[in-house]
Ligand binder design. Sequence first.
Ligand code: FE2
Ligand code: FE2
Length: 228
Amino acid sequence: MVETGEQTGLVMLTEIRSDPEVIAFLQQANETLRGLGYTEHGQRHAGLVAQVSANVLTRLGHDQRLGQLAQIAGYLHDIGNLLHREHHAQSGALMAWPILKRLGMPSDEIALVMNAIGNHEEERGTANNPVSAAVIIADKADVHRSRVQNPDPATFDIHDRVNYASTRSLVRVDADQRVVALELEIDTHFAQVLEYFEIFLSRMTMVRQAVNFLGCDFRLMINDVYFS
Ligand SMILES: [Fe+2]
Ligand SMILES: [Fe+2]
């Protein structure tokens, strides 16, 4: 049974999701990025990263509360885009602080969530606890057609093309073998596999570090071919 915050006294994703400030910040962050031509970074991306972050930790046998904190950090990780794309991990962590405090989250939990949000970008982020590792894995795995916001295929940039070409993306966790795999289907009518590597190499390096931090090996599978 999934426990609610009311039953446990703990802050849960359901409260975060329905918080008017979080809703407004996330919507505006996505509108800002849409205006700049970026892929979707709104409620869809937030919800998916929340779910996958929690799944990774749960499947690997981590404490249930750590999974819930990863869910919350995953949901909030991109709110910093409201201020600016640059340094949005650090600004997002600072934006999350008063929200989580207002909702009554204890400081030790806030610290973990802030750290995970602040470390999710490849320019300067490193996984240094299970929560930050899970958010990195979930965030970088979200490469999918449904993220493309540009309605005009003639003006697609490489990010639009690669995301549009991705018809399936899945994080598979094999707890027994200690393997975390990212499995992608790339429709090569829209982008070449090489183009995926062109824009995602630094992200995959970051994912590998996060997976290794969790004591697992990383595998990347594209169109049924393993790259490891
Ligand atoms: Fe981000
Ligand atoms: Fe993200």
